[in-house]
Write a protein that binds this ligand. Structure first.
Ligand code: PLP
Ligand code: COI
Length: 340
């Protein structure tokens, strides 16, 4: 199969319509059979619930080409299950895990020409989404839903690849204590747009959000979890009920513990402790693992000892190990790799 004529290594993180996407609709209590389509558009009623009451959730995962040319995806069952959690919280019908995986396999296979070749640094980003598509004017869940999965080749999420980025502590909150921070609801991202643009206008790559109840503990950023390495080289993982349970973070924790022999400590992390950390990084499917060099707050700037020039030693090791597992350069734990 011939690959598309794309300069893979200069791709940014953005939308490119590829040849196929997969869609199914839910009505009268059941999902339709579903299948591939070449139509990149969706036509909806002006009264569709998603337009008014933001009944929507999404996922993000990637496909990789291995050295010997196979296409693989990374822990897609975890995304399928997290989408089910999102749907339950948003009064949307749950899509069976097998249907999610069927959509994934079919879409990636049909778009094989778009999957970046091994060694280019680019990957295929896959975006599954579900919306309340039925008309709804009173505040209530829709009666019809649409699930779609599409994909596109992408490069790195932050400009500059693995160069350390700067964060600012946001004066806004991301998720209420008993709200929707732990699911991947579109509404969580709508409210982050203004703070994100404010961070960008001030020259920061992203916001660090603190816990809204006390503004004492580190939560996460708008689109990634946060990790630290302390002075004893332990991996410190902020714990909170209102952050997204990142598949990447859970995988990095496993890699740190089982492949690199690090001690992993999952606990609440006070912002006041951050000045004593050795390394800090963001992690997520899009971000992979992005090192943080500086964190700005009203109290001034914290410069991580790992500096602004290159990734810290431990962050670099867990990042490299995860990337090698994802492209099958080293053996993955059981069940992590799904060959297409
Ligand atoms: N936190 C938020 C708010 C996100 O949007 C994402 C992206 O999916 C993550 C964390 C990272 O999650 P994952 O590693 O599953 O992509
Ligand atoms: C992902 O990492 O897949 C996300 O959905 C995060 C988003 C900010 C791009």
């Amino acid at each position: 199969m011939e690959k598309k004529n794309i300069d893979w290594s200069s791709l940014g993180f953005g939308y490119t319509p590829t040849d196929y996407r997969w869609e199914t609709r839910w009505h009268d209590g059941a999902w339709e059979k579903g299948g591939l389509t070449t139509d990149s558009t969706i036509t909806l009623s002006e009264a569709a619930c998603v337009f008014h009451y933001s009944q929507s959730c999404f996922e993000g995962l990637k496909a990789y080409t291995t050295r010997d040319g196979h296409i693989v995806t990374f822990r897609p069952d975890q995304n399928a299950k997290r989408m089910q959690d999102s749907c339950r919280r948003l009064e949307m019908p749950v899509l069976p895990v097998e249907t999610f995986l069927e959509a994934l396999d079919a879409t990636v296979k049909a778009n094989a020409a778009w999957v970046p070749p091994f060694g280019t640094g680019a990957t295929l980003y896959i975006r599954p989404l579900m919306i309340g598509s039925g008309p709804q004017i009173g505040v209530a869940p829709a009666h019809e839903f649409l699930f779609r999965l599409f994909c596109m080749p992408v490069g790195s999420y932050f400009k500059g690849g693995v160069k350390p980025i700067s964060l600012q502590v946001s004066k806004y909150d991301r998720a209420a204590p008993r709200g929707t921070g732990h699911i991947k609801a579109g509404l969580n991202y709508a409210m982050s747009l203004y703070p994100t643009m404010e961070a960008h206008r001030a020259g920061f790559a992203e916001n660090m959000y603190l816990d809204p109840a006390t503004r004492t503990y580190v939560e996460e950023t708008g689109g990634a979890n946060i990790l630290f390495v302390d002075k004893d080289n332990n991996l410190i993982v902020p714990k909170s009920d209102s952050i997204l349970p990142s598949v990447t973070r859970r995988s990095l924790v496993y890699v740190g513990e089982h492949y690199l022999g690090l001690k992993v400590i999952e606990r609440k992390v006070k912002f006041s402790e951050v000045k004593d950390m050795k390394e800090c990084a963001l992690c997520g499917t899009a971000a992979v693992l992005a090192p943080v060099g500086r964190i700005h707050s009203d109290e001034g700037d914290i410069y991580l000892p790992s500096g602004m020039d290159k990734i810290g030693e431990i962050s670099g090791k867990i990042r490299e190990t995860l990337l090698k597992i994802q492209s099958c350069e080293i053996e993955a734990p059981e069940g992590w790799i799904r060959r297409i």
